[in-house]
Design a protein around this ligand. Structure first.
Ligand code: ADP
Length: 160
């Protein structure tokens, strides 16, 4: 089965990488879908986010990274994908993921949402959090991969 893992990935963290490594062992092909929403203010452009993901996942074979401006369910329909993977951390994620899963089911009843629990060591890791750490000069080891660390430090320096 082919699945898609959609998200902002602004930027990709080791929490995301962990989810992708785990699902890449379960499914034939995984497409990491970089979403673009006019409602959101991103730190990295869609192309930057895509390149950071590609480099962070260079060790995996059955992964493809694409940018998607439309609905994930439309992408799934067009590409004959039957599963949307999402990661679940705290209870706070649950409500949002439940809503998204139900909307997506309405939009495309042929696609299932598959929820994977965050590993304990990444339970507290978020894109927003790592940006805050980078901004204040904190240690990024164990939170993001080396290429993302470099990109974050460069971006934060330019913003000062
Ligand atoms: P979005 O803006 O779509 O929520 P994110 O890039 O923040 O995009 O997250 C994409 C998916 O990955 C979401 O399902 C989110 O809950 C999950 N996720 C984010 N961080 C982690 C983590 N540390 N461990 C497991 N799942 C995570």
């Amino acid at each position: 089965m082919n699945v898609v893992y959609p998200g902002s990935f602004d930027p990709i963290t080791l929490g995301h990488v962990d989810i992708i490594e785990r699902i890449s062992k379960l499914y034939e092909n995984v497409t990491v879908l970089v979403s673009v929403s006019s409602e959101k203010n991103y730190t990295f452009t869609a192309q930057e986010r895509k390149e950071l993901i590609e480099k962070a996942l260079a060790h995996l074979k059955n992964i493809k990274v694409e940018v998607n401006e439309g609905l994930t369910t439309d992408y799934a329909k067009k590409n004959k994908i039957k599963g949307i993977v999402r990661g679940l951390r705290a209870v706070a994620d649950y409500e949002y993921e439940l809503t998204m899963a139900n909307i997506n089911k309405k939009l495309n009843p042929h696609v299932e949402t598959l929820l994977i629990f965050a590993s304990p060591e990444f339970y507290f890791v978020s894109s927003r959090g790592v940006k805050e750490v980078a901004k204040h000069g904190g240690k990024l080891e164990g939170l993001v991969s080396e290429n993302v660390k470099k990109a974050l430090l460069k971006k934060m320096k330019r913003k000062k």
